[in-house]
Write a protein of this length. Structure first.
Length: 72
């Protein structure tokens, strides 16, 4: 599921996938006309990135976790 943030004319989209076997989070990002994926080892690194880079609130982080997919 895609988590979107709309701000004026721009929309940022995030898709979070968790690989339980490797304890890795994959964050697909679509913003500013570009798409890319970052990999994080553990929740702490992911949440720090979301707060620092995108100024996510804890509520937004929780919503993103709620939309998270898991690798089968």
């Amino acid at each position: 599921m895609v988590f979107e943030i709309k701000n004026g004319l721009s929309t940022k989209e995030f898709v979070l996938t968790y690989d339980r076997a490797k304890d890795k989070y994959y964050l697909d990002q679509n913003a500013y006309g570009e798409m890319w994926t970052d990999t994080f080892y553990g929740e702490w690194a992911l949440e720090e990135y979301l707060r620092d880079r995108w100024q996510f609130s804890q509520e937004q982080i929780n919503t993103l976790y709620g939309s998270m997919q898991e690798v089968a």
